[in-house]
Write a protein that binds this ligand. Structure first.
Ligand SMILES: O=C(O)CCC(=O)C(=O)O
Length: 257
């Protein structure tokens, strides 16, 4: 899809799918990374490889440097781009956890709420192995506060809060099916979630949250990465240095585009 079309669709629908954004070789490295992280953090579920585990990781920065992803993000939020969140939601076969229905913005301390999410597929992500689902039209709804949501048990669900099922029209949901190397993008208002993975295949997604450098992350010491353009001097975000590869700490990877 042309970049201009992506912007048009995103602004109208609150989401878009873009095929073949990274190579299948690099998508395979994402699978290797999840395997490697699973060994490094044997007590952490693969749905919970969170920002703090990734922000100093050279392989993640290799992904963040991909021009093809940044060009799409630039269409949406402009030329001064930072990352404030990275999270693998990698669901293993047979017992991958579901994600309750939610709007991302309900969780985020962003001022203003200018942000775009990229969901990068490391494997096939289909209805069968519990791809992300969205509810079209909800991109225009107001953000629910956490106090308006129900609490979920994180032994069973990826996230600890969800919109009450009575407030969701499941029948109108749309499956965001992707092949390795495809991405979807979505806005912070659109309602989305996913089922448990009971298939015999992994479903690996890397979620990346991009802000313009005019957006302030109002959480003390939160680590962001400046990816393109300039930081804004009066917006007090903290930007990490690019990590340097260390053989005893990081996954070796090929510099494939
Ligand atoms: O990976 C999923 O199933 C859900 C993703 C999600 O909630 C998100 O990217 O905001």
């Amino acid at each position: 899809m042309l970049k201009e079309k992506v912007k048009e669709q995103y602004e109208r629908d609150g989401f878009a799918i873009i095929k073949n954004v990274i190579s299948t070789g690099l998508a395979k490295e994402i699978q290797n990374h999840v395997t490697w992280l699973s060994k490094k953090y044997p007590n952490t579920r693969a749905e919970a490889f969170h920002h703090n585990m990734l922000i100093h990781d050279p392989f993640i920065h290799h992904i963040l440097d991909q021009r093809t992803i940044l060009d799409i993000v630039e269409e949406i939020i402009g030329p001064n781009i930072a990352l404030f969140g990275a999270h693998y939601i990698a669901k293993k076969p047979f017992s991958g956890q579901p994600v309750g229905w939610h709007q991302d913005g309900s969780y985020w301390p962003l001022e203003p709420m200018e942000v775009v999410s990229v969901w990068l597929a490391g494997t096939q992500s289909t209805k069968e192995n519990a791809c992300m689902k969205i509810i079209p039209g909800t991109q225009n709804k107001r953000l629910l506060k956490p106090s308006e949501m129900i609490k979920l048990d994180t032994e069973e669900y990826v996230l600890d809060l969800a919109i009450h099922p009575d407030d969701i029209d499941e029948k109108s949901s749309l499956d965001i099916e992707l092949a390795p190397g495809d991405i979807s993008i979505h806005n912070p208002f659109i309602i989305h979630g996913s089922n448990a993975n009971i298939s015999n295949e992994w479903r690996i997604g890397l979620t990346l949250r991009y802000i313009p450098t005019t957006t302030f992350v109002n959480r003390d010491g939160w680590k962001c990465a400046l990816l393109r353009g300039h930081k804004k001097e009066d917006v007090n975000n903290f930007y990490v240095n690019k990590p340097i590869f260390q053989g005893n700490e990081h996954m070796p990877f090929k510099q494939i585009p």
